[in-house]
Structure formats: C-alpha cells, structure tokens
Design a binder for this molecule. Sequence first.
Ligand code: X2X
Length: 343
Amino acid sequence: MKRGLPCLLIALAVSLSLVALLPAPAKAAYKGEYKLSVVVGPKFPWGEGATKFADLVRERTKGRINIKVYTSSALMAGKQTNEFLILKQGVADFAFASTINWSSTINELNLFNLPFFFPDYRTLDAVKGGSVGKKIAALLQEKGVLFLGWGENGFREITNSKHAIHTPADLEGLKIRVVGTPAFIDTMKALGANPVNMNWGEAQVAFQQGVVDGQENPVVGVLIPVQIWQFHKYITLWHYVIDPLMLTVNEEVFRSFTPEDQKIVREAAAEATKWQVETVRKGLIPPDLSALEFLKGKGMEVTTLSPKERKLFIDKTRGVYEEWKGKIGKDLVDEAEKIIGSR
Ligand code: X2X
C-alpha cells in the first residue's frame, strides 16, 4: 500500500505533462466585439429589435458572441445607402437593415420599392415567406451576406405641414424628403412632388427646421418615435411602399462560429425578428387602431384614401412601376405579382 502512492503520483505527473503537450482543442477565434449596424436610434422598434437580438445572443452564448449595436448609422458616417458595403467589407459584422437602404446596391430589393404594390400584410408575408423571399436570401448569400430573418419598419405613409393629401394634385410642388434611392425620386416626381434626398440624420433636422414640407415613413416604426406631429399636421395612409427589414450577418463571420453558436444565432434572430414585427404592427390592424388614434390625439389630421382616390395614385405611377419592373427583373416581379394576386 505504501509503495502504491509514489507510483500513483508519478503516473499523475506523467499524464499531466502529456496533457500539457497536446494541442489545445480546436476553438473558434472569436472577436471581443461584433458590430451590428442600424440606421435609426435605439428607441425605435427597429433599434429595439436589434438590441433584443444582441442580448439574446450574448446571453445564450454566455458572452462568447458579444454583439454591440451601433445605432444612427454610426458605422457609415450617416450615409445609409452605404450599409450593405460596410457589412460586406467587414466594417460591420451584422446589420438589421431596410431593403430601401440596400436597394441602390442590390437591384432586386427594389421589388419592395415598387409603388402601390403590396396592398396588405397578408400579401407581404406571403411574398417574404415564399419563393421570392428565398430568392432574395440566396441573392444576398451570393454576395457574401447571410440572411437571418425578416423584420419590418412598416408601410410608409406620407406626412406634411401644408394640407391634407387626398389626390396626386394635393402633392403638386410639395418638397418631400426621401432616401437617396432612385425609385423614390421617380415615384415622387411622377406624382408631381418635388423630392429631395437626404440621409436620415439630416432629415430629422430638416423636419424641425421646416426645410422640407413633408416626408414618408411608417407610423409605429418611425413617425411616433420622432414625434412627427411636432412638425407635420397631416398624414395620409396610402401604404404606397412597404419597408421590410433584414437581419443579416457577414457570411465569413458566421462561418467562424461553432455549429452550436450558429444555431443560437439563428434561433435568436428568429425570435427577435418575430417580436419586432409584432411590435411594429401593433395599433395598426383593425380592430386595434390605437396607433392612429394616438396620432389624432396629438392633433394630426389622419386621411385614409378611398379605393377611387388610391387608384388615382396607382394610375399616376404606372409608368414608374413598369420601368422598375424591367430594371428589377421581370421574372422576379412576375413571381411576386402572382403571389399577391391582383394589384
Ligand atoms: O431614412 C428613412 O426614412 C428610414 C429611417 O426609414 C430608412 O432608413 C429607410
């Protein structure tokens, strides 16, 4: 028994030294911080969705993947249409991005900029969740960006400080701020407005200073967070364009994660985007129209277009629709048209 102990100690020492000689188990080289880009501020449902995703990932990977959310276009010095490039180049690792801001780089995303194309949430969900959505995800992947989930900014409605808009004639000559994406300029011009393109950061100052007469953005996604009633009294619910968000990651970054962590990232993305879409639609779907009531309570005059009035806008922008259908690719638009049904 007494001779057993030294033998055991020797054996232990030998095995320990062997362990020390073995190479460390393969471990992914993770960064201390992963950057997630968002165009708007942290208090918008869009920014909150990004934070929720980052928190879920950090918590479930026990801090292995530490995502920091960079709001207000901070990673691209305010220039929102550069966001896809900074993600591709690795300046950002993740982005929760609007299709609008990426559409000048990825032409097919102009599908969502087609004027008066998506009539409601049902058709939007069918397009995103079906073959067209898959094609868009594949397109991004071809360019080195992995799609993780659809969020939403919302249907974009027009507000202004001058008068109620019922017909295209009411838009005549109004100076309207739009994102620097060609399809928006074309649509506004076709409607007789005077479009001015501005980055989001400058746009908020322009509303305050009355440099523009109006703008277009979603009610819960943007107009309530920026308290648009302080600057514009009139809003027309015309649903002219939908603004989906895409939660995405640089593919190389994603591949550097272990399979276990990749699964966590995907699940967190599904959860955060589901929550974000629900949040941004709240108060906008009958019978709960509390978001619109809220705007009225703030003194805004809310105009809903009759089908006849809406048709006037559709007719005026038909040329833009056809032109952009050609630019986007007839096949993709045909496929979406089929899913949507009649326009
Ligand atoms: O700039 C806008 O209007 C905004 C915030 O909605 C987008 O980024 C598309």
